[in-house]
Design a protein around this ligand. Structure first.
Ligand code: SF4
Ligand SMILES: [Zn+2]
Length: 284
């Protein structure tokens, strides 16, 4: 089965309809670009792109250029969220402000990931779309699962799957936009090959801020593991899911500060922002 057929099967199994409105979170990298390309090729008609300009110097400039190029190539609308304009500072500035005032070490990606997710859900909700599609691939999912095991929190993977499992019953009232991962079962090297064969406008270099990420350590740990074994990690985890879900509190609450979906009274993004503000306040 080729990559297109595999993705088609994944989307069909996840119940994504051809007429569903899907926003693809385009980073400028190969994964999200291939996800958008294949969605379009398979016949999903209501696709649009969403890009967060993190303002990480030259890297972000290149990502933005590629995303614009890809959207033109696929003939899809593109919405760009510029962090500096919308939030007053780019990711590097915001992140170092938090890190310099935090008592504990917080990794770059831990901050960036939380803030990106918060922006994505909030902004895509304004667009009134059905789903957010991301470029997560088989390697990402195997890494996430293992990271959660090493942290002693396998329940954090309870929503792992090609489509969000925690979709609130009342979809219309919910503020959470369900996620779909078309490349869930596709290994990273296959995606890279495909992207190159289609000559997609993509930034292949990694993000310069990802140097200290815990995910990178897990990635090198998995480096010598075959794609078949990575698939086994994810497939076997899916078998365990029903038991893990029984032990997990599935409640999706809303943050007391920003009103966005949250697993606790205050969402992770607002907790990070509080680290900055509280210390500023103490200095006054
Ligand atoms: S690699 Fe880390 S710092 Fe870079 S964009 Fe991704 S989450 Fe952010
Ligand atoms: Zn919040």
């Amino acid at each position: 089965m080729n990559i297109q057929e595999k993705v088609k099967k994944t989307l069909k199994k996840a119940g994504i309809k051809k007429k569903d409105k899907i926003v693809v979170a385009l980073s400028g990298g190969k994964d999200s670009s291939v996800a958008a390309y294949l969605l379009k090729k398979i016949g999903y008609k209501n696709i649009q792109g969403f890009h967060i300009n993190l303002n990480i110097g030259k890297y972000s400039e290149e990502c933005l250029e590629r995303v614009v190029e890809l959207s033109q190539l696929l003939d899809i609308e593109l919405k760009v969220y510029d962090m500096k304009k919308e939030m007053g500072s780019g990711m590097c500035y915001l992140r170092s402000g938090i890190q310099s005032k935090s008592k504990n070490e917080i990794k770059n990606c831990a901050i960036c990931g939380v803030i990106k997710k918060w922006i994505l859900n909030r902004e895509v909700r304004k667009l009134k779309e059905d789903y957010i599609a991301t470029g997560h691939n088989l390697d990402d999912e195997a890494q996430t699962f293992l990271m959660n095991i090493f942290k002693g929190s396998p329940q954090l993977s309870a929503n792992l799957g090609p489509k969000s499992r925690n979709i609130p019953k009342d979809k219309k009232k919910s503020k959470f936009i369900p996620r779909v991962k078309p490349l869930f079962y596709i290994p990273e090297d296959e995606i890279r090959k495909y992207s190159k064969s289609k000559k997609l406008p993509v930034v292949y270099e990694g993000c310069p801020c990802a140097l200290d990420s815990y995910r990178i350590q897990i990635r090198s740990f998995l480096e010598n593991i075959s794609n078949k074994d990575k698939k086994n990690i994810v497939k076997n985890f899916e078998k365990l899911l029903p038991r893990i879900q029984k032990t997990k509190d599935p409640r999706m609450e809303y943050c007391d500060v920003c009103g966005e979906p949250s697993r606790g009274r205050i969402c992770k993004k607002c907790r990070l922002m509080k680290i900055r503000e509280r210390n500023d306040f103490n200095k006054k």
